[in-house]
Every structure is written in C-alpha cells, then in structure tokens.
Design a protein around this ligand. Sequence first.
Ligand code: XIL
Length: 351
Amino acid sequence: MRRSTVAAAVGALVAGLALYGSAQAQEEPVQAPGAQQSTLRAAAEAAGKFVGTAVSDGRLNDASYSEIVSSEFSSVTAENVMKWDTTEPNRGSFNFGPGDRLVEFANANDQQVYGHTLVWHNQLPGWVSNGGFGAAELTQVMNDHITEVAGHYAGQVAYWDVVNEAFNEDGTMRPSVFQTTIGDGWIAEAFRAADAADPDAKLCINDYNVEGINAKSDGLYNLVSGMLEQGVPVDCVGLQSHLILGQVPGDLQENIQRFADLGLEVIITELDIRMTTPSDPNRLQQQAQDYETVVSACTAVPGCAGVTVWGISDADSWIPGVFPGEGAACVWDENLQRKPAYDGILAGFGS
Ligand code: XIL
C-alpha cells in the first residue's frame, strides 16, 4: 500500500535468520534432531505477521525484561511515552527523549516501531483539554502536534494510531474536546496532517470494544468507509482487544474480515485477557485458549498484519489499577515466567 514493504520484509528475514542462528548456537544437545526452540517472533514471522508488545520506558533497564522484549517480539509500541502528555506537555515544547530511546532499542533489535498515539482524549495535557480554544485554534493545535510528532519520527515508525478511542459504546462519536470543539471533520483533518508529516507510515484508527460486530464497531466501520470514499488517507484499523477471560467475541474473525474487505489492514493492537485474581490452573488454561483464538483469527485473515500484546508481565500490567480485583492478563507472570498463554499464541500463529 503506501509503505514500501520490501525493506520491512528484508529486515524481518535478516532478523529471522539471526534468531535462527542464535537459537541454534544456544541449543542444548538434548533436544531431538529437527526440534527447534521457537519464539513468538519466529512463529509470527512464519505466519507472515508481526508480533509486538507495549514497552514500559521505566522497565527497559531491567535486563530480563528487555531480553524478552528483544528476543520474543518483532514490533514495539510505547506504552506511554509517545502520548501527548509526554511529547508536548506544554504548547510548542516537545519532549522526544523517551520515545527516541524506544526507537533506538527497536533499531538495535531489528524491530518495527508502532506509534501510539497522536490524538486521544486521555493523557492529554490540561493546556489542550482546558485551553478554551475555539475550533480554528484547536485545529491548529492538533495539526501542530501531529506535524511535530509524526514529523520527528518520520521514517522510524511503521504505523501510527492517529486517533484513539473516538467512539461511544453506541457507535456515536465520543464528546471529546476535539469532537465538541471542531466537529465531525476533526478525524479526517488529523489523518491528513499525519499523512503530510509522514507519508510512509501507515495511519490507523484504534479503539476498544470493537473486536466483535456491534454498535461501536459498526460506527467505526461506517466512519472508515466514508473516509475511504472521500480519499482520506486511512490505512488501518486497530482493535485494542482488552478482553475478559472466556469472552472472546465469536465473530472476531468475521469482524477483522469486513474491515480487511475495505482494503484496510487490521491490527490487534493491545491484547490482554484479564481474569478475576488470583489466577488458577483452569483459568490459565482458558486464557491460553483465548489467546490462541484471538491470534488464530488474525492468522486466518491475510489483511490482519499482526498482534501486539499490552505489556510483558502481570507485575507491570495496567489492568489491576483500572479493574480492581482483576489481572493476570499478560503472557508472563510476576516473575517473568511464561504462562500457558505463551503456547496459545504460538499455536495461534500455527506453530
Ligand atoms: C494505558 C497504559 O498501559 C498505562 O500505563 C497508562 O497509565 C494508561 O494507559 N487503551 C490505550 C492505551 O490506548 O494507551 C492504554 O494504556 C490502555 C487502554
């Protein structure tokens, strides 16, 4: 589509070969001939997909954490540091240090960077949300932010979540400051600004509770269909996929397919599967099954580009802080040990 996939494919091949080489070099001789130590990254690669994780800036210095990020994943998303409150805490004053750190990490490990996120009502500094700007000035503020941030990372970021969480549950537009001040055109405006700032990045709209076919995902579907008809540069749809144990929507694959049928890429952008804590073996088995179901839905649809999980370890997950009494949503436990979900993901990629 808009981005050259050749460089990405070559990079992925080199990374795959390098991984294959190092896996071979480190293998214990006890392993049966032909048996191969797999990684999520190798499994995704074999399925023609990327597999990513959200990365917490504060955890990158921990060697066991960063070893998992670099060896298991082919894509990284900044969990927080590319959001507006970090990148432009005051008007016209930009802070790219932490985001640049992640880009460097990704380059050192042959990983793609997934940009998250340019315009969102959360983690939005007060000078924007309470600035009292009129439509023209808020449009300027939004476009300046997009131009500076997407411009700074141009050539380094494969995808951008240009707009995050723009919908209400009933499929109408969320009354964010952008929606109430600028009106319906703000989303198309944001995509045009992002396209001008980084013509090579794939530009996505991302949301939650849009994994199944429902009023909210219908709203999203209608919006992107209209944008495509009007020639607005939208390339992809992100399904966050903050899911609940045992509740993967039965029509997830059908939903991915309908967006893909519009010619858009679909990405599972923030996968985690939470449960009532503490976990137990049955719940962890169900969780492995659920992870497999989500990943295989992506694997089954050629237009689904990849799956990103939202963090490495249950110890760092955002879930317990936001959903009291729930957690254990990630693929590694509090001690950075793999959970059954790990094998669920491998199986979902067909490995
Ligand atoms: C979360 C982070 O994981 C937390 O560390 C932060 O405190 C709040 O945001 N949807 C999104 C993500 O698009 O950016 C959110 O990330 C989780 C929900």
